[in-house]
Design a protein around this ligand. Structure first.
Ligand SMILES: Cc1cc2nc3c(=O)[nH]c(=O)nc-3n(C[C@H](O)[C@H](O)[C@H](O)COP(=O)(O)O)c2cc1C
Length: 409
């Protein structure tokens, strides 16, 4: 598919196929926007229109909005089975937005006499998550028979996103409310209610107004961790240096440049919010320029220059002092994989920062580490160690959270 808006607001739904079923409500004019928002969070969206909805909005608009052909009828391809049987080609989730009183009634009573009700009948039988966002006038919503149908569907594991009651209408919920329910149906919400602070990317130190000292970190590891935490229900804040990645708009992001700014924002965040986890995955500059020039240093007037650097205090050593209960996950980039250097580095970090976990990677490799989408990691606690074999940073983030949560229980 590959629309140019894919994942521009986040990566939460990457690899997920969502069947967006649209029924004949005034709210169906919102559906192309919902489709685009889902795509902006990484989803592949297949649109399905009921006959009534086709009279209100057209299949071509949905085709344009999603990059996929709109399904308006069932054919010999058996779309209802192919897309809703839980197999390889099947959708991961069915979203009916908006859903009419008519379609709710059909689904609750097991009727499958049109495209959407037939697809959903198969989906219910295959246990595919179904999320419904209804939209209608309030008296229609208050109909006791409809309410009864809604409770039947809820008992059958269908998720309802509560409508917004306004001006005598039970309007379809906002995209964000729908999105939250989708995330909670697709992913285990084992970080729900947790506050997580992630630092990512390199910091830069000014030599003069246009020249800097920095490092090769891209911020990909930190962003992958932030995305994974968000998918699993956490409240995530990202402190991001001058990395090459575009942080997702769905994650609260504070941009920093120098190591001093990274430290200042860290202190301010830890003083204001009770963070459960601090992932120190940024690559802060270990040195600051002692006397940066306010003017551009001229090479005409200086055949050579000396730049004096001063070592910064380690940011991770302040975390436990400010917030002792925050679990600290320190990252250490080592050049090479000599086992003595690794064991010296980890014992120093445990001593100086009182970290709960240390994650070590070898940045000398061409196929892993800085700027790469892949890595191989070793994680240490004071008593144990875990190896995460070569994999994408997205997959590694999942394994890191799985292991950390397992270790802490
Ligand atoms: C302009 C218009 C707006 C409608 N809005 C809604 C609505 O918001 N909610 C609803 O349940 N039905 C609404 N209806 C009625 C449904 O379209 C009608 O019940 C239809 O049979 C639904 O078929 P479907 O569920 O297959 O799309 C509307 C009808 C029209 C003509």
């Amino acid at each position: 598919m590959g629309l140019d808006i894919s994942s521009i607001n986040g990566h939460e739904l990457e690899g997920k196929k969502i069947l967006l079923c649209i029924t004949g409500s005034v709210s169906s004019m919102e559906s192309p926007r919902i489709a685009r928002e889902l795509i902006k969070h990484g989803a592949d969206v297949i649109p399905v229109l009921s006959n009534s909805a086709s009279k209100l909005i057209g299949p071509e608009l949905l085709h344009w909005a999603t990059g996929n052909e709109t399904i308006t009828s069932l054919t010999g391809k058996m779309e209802h089975v192919q897309l809703a049987n839980g197999g390889d080609d099947s959708a991961d989730l069915i979203l009916i937005a908006p859903c009419t009183s008519n379609t709710i009634g059909k689904l609750a009573q097991g009727i499958s006499d049109d495209t959407i009700s037939t697809i959903c009948t198969v989906g219910l039988g295959s246990d595919i998550p179904i999320v419904i966002a209804s939209g209608m006038h309030e008296p229609m919503f208050e109909n006791p028979i409809l309410q009864n149908n809604i409770s039947i569907l809820k008992k059958n594991n269908v998720t309802f996103v509560s409508p917004i009651f306004e001006h005598n209408k039970a309007k379809m919920a906002s995209f964000h409310a729908i999105f939250d329910e989708i995330l909670s149906r697709l992913f285990i919400q084992d970080l729900s209610g947790k506050n997580i602070l992630v630092t990512a990317g390199p910091t830069t130190e000014k030599i003069d107004p246009i020249r800097i000292i920095t490092n090769k970190s891209s911020g990909k590891t930190g962003l992958a961790l932030a995305n994974e935490a968000k998918r699993r229900g956490a409240n995530v804040t990202l402190i991001y240096g001058d990395g090459t990645e575009i942080p997702p708009t769905s994650i609260r992001t504070i941009r920093v440049s120098s190591s001093q700014e990274l430290l200042d924002v860290t202190i301010s965040e830890l003083s204001q919010i009770k963070y459960d986890f601090y992932f120190a995955s940024a690559a802060p500059s270990d040195f600051r320029i002692l006397d940066p020039s306010n003017d551009k240093i001229s090479s005409r007037n200086n055949s050579s220059i000396n730049i004096e650097l001063e070592a910064y205090p380690k940011i991770i050593n302040s975390i436990k002092q400010i917030s002792p209960s925050t679990k600290l996950i320190a990252f250490k980039a080592l050049y090479g994989n000599d086992s003595n250097s690794i064991s010296n580095a980890i014992s120093e970090i445990f001593k100086d920062s009182d970290a709960d976990f240390i994650i070590v990677n070898d940045v000398s490799r061409k196929d892993a580490g800085f700027s790469s989408d892949y890595n191989e990691l070793n994680m240490f606690t004071r008593n144990d160690s875990f190896k995460f074999p070569y994999a994408s940073k997205k997959k590694l983030s999942k394994s890191i959270f799985n292991q950390i949560l397992k270790t802490l229980t």
